[in-house]
Each structure stands twice: as C-alpha cells, then as structure tokens.
Design a protein around this ligand. Structure first.
Ligand SMILES: Cc1ncc(C[n+]2csc(CCOP(=O)(O)OP(=O)(O)O)c2C)c(N)n1
Ligand SMILES: [Mg+2]
Length: 754
C-alpha cells in the first residue's frame, strides 16, 4: 500500500469546494507569520511590489467576491436556484487586468473572469458586482447582462460584451475591435470609446491551441508586421489544464514567447504582490505601442472544471491537494496578514461577510422573475421596425456625393441604359458608400482587383484604402473584423469570396454575430451585410467549390436575414434594405449573389437583353420579405423559386404555357430568411398547382420551407412538385448540370402535375 492511500481514503467523498473553503479558513487561523504595521494607502503592499496597499485591498476584495460567487453557485445549484457552476476559482489574479485597464477598454472575457468582472464594477459608481452576477447565475429576467438568457460576463456600461461558451470564438472579434479603434481615425468616424482604448480578451491555455485562436494571433501579428496598429491584449489564463487534458509543461511560454510581432509578457496571477508589475507592463505596452500583446498569466484551477466535474474520480488526491495549495487566495491572505492590513479575525470576518452577501444576493435573485414567456425570450433576437427600416432604405440625401462619385448628372446609373447584375451591385455599393461614411468593404481581392468577378471594381479607387481593403486570406478573420468594426459603430460589408468558403467560418455568424443581440438582451449589436458570391450554374466551370449551393448552414441561424437577388435592379434595392436593417435594427444580414447571373444579359434567346434592367434611383428600396411576382394574374400554376431558378422558371413557364395552355405565375422569393410564409400560402391558395424550383440541396433546403408553409396553410391537397438540387457535391465540367435543376426538369415536373 502506498503512503498516499490513507490520504486517498480520507478524501474519497469529500466535496472539493468545501475543502477549498475550509483551506482558506484554516490557513488564516493557522497563520504564524509576523505582521508589519500597515503602510499608507499609496505605499507598496509588500516591499518591492508595484501594487499599492489600496490596489491590493480592493483587488483582494474582488477576488473574495469572485470566490464566494463560485462557492455559492455550487451550493445553490443543487437547490435549483443557480444554473451555472463553471467558476473562476484559481483565476482570481485576472482582477489585476481589470484594475489596470479602463471600463472603456472593450473586454471579451473567458468564463473564469469573475474577479476581472468584480474589479471592473469598481470603475463606475453605484454598480453592484454581487447582485448583478447573482441575477445572471439565477437566470433571472432582471439579469442586466443577458436578461436571463445565459450566465454571461457582460455589461453595457462597463464595455464587457457577453461571450458564448464556444472557446476561442471571441478572439477574432476582439482583434477586429482593436483594429476598428484605429481604423476610426482614418475614416473620420467618432468612436464610442476613447481613441487610445485597447481591446482585451481572455481565454484558457487549452483554448490557445484552437484554430480560431491561432488565426487571431496570426492575423494580429500579420497586421503588426506591416506596422499597422492592432492594440489587442490577449490574456492567456494558464492553469495548465483544459477540462481533464493537461497542457504540456511550459507549452504556452514555449509557443508564444518567441512569436514574431506578438509581444509576450508573463505575470504571476497567483500572487498579486509579485504579478502586478508584469500585468501593468503588458497593458502599458499594448496601450502605448498599439501592438498586439500576449499576456501569459499564471493561474491554477480550483474545484474542477465545473460543478459536474468530480476530479476525484479521475485525478489523484495528492495531485488535487497540491493544486489546492497553490490557491491564489491563500497567497492573498498571506499578503494581507503580512502587510498588517487585517488581523486574522478581521480577515475571517471579511470572508464571512462577503459569503453572506453572495448568498443573500443569490436568494434575492432567486425571488426575481424568470423568463416565462416565449415572446420575451426571443424579443431581442430579430428586432424589426419596418417603417424606420423603409424610411432609412429610401433615404437619399447624398445627391452631391453621388454626383462626384459617378462623375456627373449624365453618368448617374439611373440615367444609363439597363444593365446586368454585377454592374448594378457595383453601382449600388458605390451609392451605399456615399450614403454611409462609416461603411467599410473588405475581404479577399476586393480592393484594386475589384473582386474575382469585378463586382467591387472602382470602389477602392473612389473611397480609398481606409474604407475598401484586402484582408489576409482567412474567412474567420474577415467575419471577426466585421464584428469588431460594428462593435465600434461602423457599418461593415465583408465579402466572402465563395459560398463554399463561408462554411469554414460559419461559427463567426452562427455562434457569434447573430447571437449577440440575444445574449446581451439587445444591448449590444453587431450589424453587418455579408456579401457572398454563391450558387451554381457557372456553365460547367469551377467544380464544387465555386458552385456551392448549400444554403442550409445559413437558413437556420436565428435572427439572420438572407437575401438572394436574381436581377440587378432587385439587388440594388435589396442592398439598400439590408443596410437599412443593419443600421436601424442592428441586424446581421447575408446577401447571396448568384455568380452565374452576374454577367447574364439575356433571358429567352442570345442577344435579347431581357435580363438587364434599369437602375432604380436611390429612393427606391424593397420591403423585407416581399417577393417579385411575374404574371400575378395567372392561376393555373405557381412556381416558387429564387436566384438562378427565376430566369429558368420564366423560360420554362413560357414552354408550359405553349404546351399546356396554362397561365403560369412565377414568384421570386428574393428573401430566403425569414421566408415569407404568408405570401407563399397566398399565392399557393390562388393557383391550382404548385411547383417549387430550388437550386439548393434537397435536404433541409429552402424548398422544404416553402412546402412546409404550403402544408401548414392547409393546402397540402394542391398538386405539388419540387425540382431541387441533388444531395451531392457538384462535379466539374458538364456533369455539374446533372445535379442541378434545369429548364427541362421544370417543364417535365409541371407536365406531371396534370
Ligand atoms: C470550440 C469548443 N470546443 C469544446 C468546448 C468544450 N470545452 C469547454 S471548456 C474546455 C476546456 C478549455 O480549457 P482552457 O482553455 O484551458 O480553459 P480553462 O477551463 O482551463 O480555464 C472545453 C474543451 C467548447 N466550449 N468550445
Ligand atoms: Mg486551462
């Protein structure tokens, strides 16, 4: 039997939260060291420390608040009064980062940032860290951060933007925010924070390995390498473990201390007296040099990953005891006693007093209202003020600017002959850039080249590099930048080069951008209009990755708006509506531009020019959800479609009319999310037969939504058929057309309707 066995036996059923709690009490009770006389508030707390007595006393209190919130959560979770137990114990040194930064430095926090939060609460008068946090733990509707939607660290007045649980996903937007702070000056934009603000973002040591984290480090360094400012403070809270997987010894230092253009600092987060200087140096460096800064903060993890993690089941007791001995609160207690700031009794009394406050707040939070109404839950998700959006979309008070940009009255696009989709998107973007001085367009190859399909040609020349610029080749960063710019009040129009390449960055929209209004109870918003070159039919060219027709990954993102034009005049109007939705309601929007229609000029026959349209003057816009209906008086057959399906269906309609003598109505939905179910039902009701032409994939595509809307309207008895893409990747060359709907497929399906 090993010597450890008796210890193990003793600890078998012991609750580690109680152990840590008891450790603190016993540590203070048993403390034998001598005390010096308390020094003046401004004097170093211990000889040689950069932290003053005042700094230390307040930081220690923040640490204790954080600790007792954790302990409270463990106790009240089992009584169903608290719904979250991932704690901050062992990480309380992060309070130093809060103390040495400002409440106007936007912060994107790790879930173990309780002490940072408690300390940041000091920055504004009249705020209550304990009650506010307790309300979030209790999922109360009164939670000032998320309105009871999640346990988050967040605060509008304190510039803490609530984060999701997806580790590392907040690093790109933190970098984006830092870059936005600097970009504002270059475009004359008034920032909501001081010009010398920095963006702070904290994360764990295991998270530092994540692709999303690594791309943010790389992009920060890529920026600094070009001598461009990027004042982001990456705080790696290194506790040496991620749930149960140990980080190799010294991995964080080894991996980050020598990285080019990512300036590395380290500090001991387990010891305020010793660690304060390192934290201060890192923050000073970041603020004054405006360079990306990596602060490696030593922490430890006390009480396991979460309340559900019984470490004793997978880790030896000796190891747990050793970890618990590194508890930073024991070190803070020692400093407090050594510096004579508290007697043992005073310290224990303080400890108990904070415990009482946390429990009292939690009990009070438990009595506060919960979210009990569905409408309440989703109210911040997709705000929509139709009148204001419409007025904003039609606002055309930039006539002088457009005269300059387009080069005179006779060159205004609405005075020119009808044009095709790519040109009209380009003209609409020029108009929007005149309208919104805070609009930015960025992505891969969008600047001098004007994009792969020249859709953004001329914008860089007209609006210069500060507003139209190439990014590095990474979609996650492009979308992180977009969030950062909108966090700082700008209007980003990020471009994703191809729909296939949206998917590898999808989480930045799905998990992050689209969820911000929800998890912040509408207090924060990151409006944007993301343009994506999309869909198939490039005449057999390009293969799958340039012809991706999968809309599914976008379709179920809550709160997202998706527009998909089939013709240039609609595209121009839709872009106005989307930017208005972003500006008025803070919406995250996706604009799927059908590549194969970019240059399409003809509809029925080569040279007929029937797919070119007059440019709508800037006072025209579209109402969200409103479809375009061709032959609205037709009643024999209605075809629901969008994108490439529209010209195909119009051609097929002519054939069906000829063959069957039917009148065919074609409905271009234009808006794919939210789907206008009422309009779909109305048109289906008015027509004898229904055809759905969906160039997306069969499974979970738009067509399913259309058919569901029809069925739910009680119209399932209507003869109905769907022409839809096959569930496959798109092959190269002519074989591509085998997997996508064609004109003849549409005619054949209509024929089969009787
Ligand atoms: C993208 C993603 N993958 C997995 C998880 C599940 N998960 C939550 S925390 C965690 C470990 C994180 O460890 P670390 O970054 O060291 O932070 P710590 O909890 O140690 O502070 C994992 C795997 C997650 N939240 N997000
Ligand atoms: Mg860790």
């Amino acid at each position: 039997m090993s010597a450890a066995a008796p210890i193990a036996a003793r600890h078998k059923n012991v609750n580690r939260a109680e152990v840590c709690d008891q450790n603190f009490v016993e540590f203070v009770q048993n403390w034998q060291g001598s005390s010096t006389r308390p020094s003046a508030l401004d004097a170093p707390v211990l000889a040689g420390s950069l932290a003053s007595v005042r700094d230390f006393v307040e930081l220690f209190e923040s640490q204790l608040i954080s600790r007792h919130l954790d302990l409270m959560a463990r106790v009240l979770r089992v009584k169903n009064k608290v719904f979250y137990t991932i704690g901050s114990s062992g990480h309380e040194g992060n309070a130093m980062v809060a103390r040495l930064t400002r409440h106007t430095d936007p912060a994107f926090l790790h879930y173990r940032s309780g002490a940072f939060m408690a300390e940041r609460f000091r920055k504004l008068p009249g705020m209550d860290p304990i009650m506010d946090s307790a309300l979030s733990f209790a999922a109360s509707k009164d939670d000032p951060a998320s309105g009871g939607r999640h346990k988050v660290w967040g605060s509008k007045p304190l510039w803490v933007l609530p984060q999701t649980s997806t580790i590392a996903s907040h690093l790109p937007k933190a970098l984006g925010t830092a870059i936005a702070i600097e970009q504002a000056r270059r475009i004359g934009h008034t920032l909501p924070v001081p010009a010398d603000a920095i963006a702070i973002c904290s994360f764990g040591d295991a998270s530092a390995n994540h692709a999303t984290a690594q791309t943010a480090f790389n992009a920060a360094a890529w920026t600094a390498y070009q001598k461009l400012p990027a004042p982001v403070l990456f705080v790696c809270e290194d506790n040496g473990i991620g749930i149960s997987v140990k980080t190799p010894n010294d991995w964080i230092a080894a991996s980050f201390s020598g990285r080019r253009d990512l300036d590395y600092f380290r500090a001991d987060g387990l010891d305020i007296a010793a660690g304060y200087e390192g934290v201060a140096r890192a923050i000073h460096h970041c603020r004054t040099t405006r360079r990306p800064t990596f602060l490696h903060l030593r922490t430890t993890r006390i009480m396991g990953h979460a309340g559900t993690d019984f470490e004793i089941e997978w880790r030896s007791v000796e190891e747990l005891v050793a970890v618990e001995a590194t508890d930073p609160l024991l070190r803070s207690a020692a400093i407090a006693l050594e510096a004579g700031l508290f007697s043992k009794e005073q310290l224990l009394a303080k400890y108990e007093q904070i415990r009482q406050k946390c429990f009292a707040a939690a009990e009070e939070a438990d009595r506060r209202p919960k979210l009990t109404d569905l409408a309440d839950v989703i109210s911040p998700l997709a705000p929509y003020h139709p009148d204001a959006v419409d007025a904003e979309a039609r606002r055309a008070d930039y006539a002088d600017k457009r005269l300059t940009v387009f080069g005179g009255e006779e060159k205004l696009p609405e005075k020119l002959p009808p044009r095709h989709l790519a040109i009209q998107i380009n003209q609409a973007l020029h108009d929007l850039f005149c309208k919104y001085p805070q609009a930015l367009l960025f992505g891969e190859d969008v600047a001098q080249k004007g994009g792969v399909y020249t859709v953004t040609k001329g914008l860089h020349k007209a609006f210069k590099n500060a507003r139209v610029f190439n990014t590095l080749l990474d979609e996650t960063i492009i979308l992180g930048l977009a969030q950062g710019f909108s966090n700082m009040g700008m209007l980003p129009l990020p471009e994703i080069q191809y729909l296939a390449y949206f998917h590898n960055a999808c989480d930045q929209i799905r998990g992050e951008a689209a969820s911000l209004q929800f998890f912040s109870n509408g207090q924060y918003r990151n409006p944007m209009v993301m343009r994506i070159a999309s869909l198939g039919y490039q005449r057999g060219f390009g293969g799958h990755f340039h012809n991706d027709n999968s809309i599914t990954a976008l379709r179920d993102i809550p709160g997202l708006v998706i527009g998909c034009p089939s013709r240039g005049d609609d595209a121009a109007c839709m872009l106005r509506t989307l930017t208005a939705l972003a500006a008025v309601d803070g919406r995250v929007c996706a604009f799927l531009e059908p590549i194969a229609l970019y240059m399409t000029k003809d509809l029925y026959a080569a040279g007929d020019g029937q797919w070119q349209f007059a440019y709508p003057p800037p006072s025209e816009a579209l109402v969200l959800g409103e479809p375009r209906v061709y032959t609205p008086e037709a009643k024999d057959l209605v075809v629901f479609t969008y994108g490439n399906g529209v010209p195909m269906s119009l051609r097929a309609a002519r054939e069906i009319e000829r063959e069957k003598g039917w009148q065919v109505r074609v409905v271009d939905l234009r808006w794919l999310l939210p789907l206008n179910e009422a309009a779909i039902a109305q048109h289906a009701r008015e027509c004898a037969r229904v055809l759905v032409v969906d160039e997306g994939r069969r499974s979970a595509g738009v067509g399913e939504g259309i058919i569901t809307a029809i069925a739910e309207a009680g119209l399932s008895a209507r003869p109905l058929k769907r022409v839809v893409g096959v569930d496959t990747y798109t092959p190269l060359a002519g074989a591509a057309l085998l997997v996508l709907p064609s004109d003849t497929d549409i005619v054949a399906a209509a024929r089969a309707l009787g």
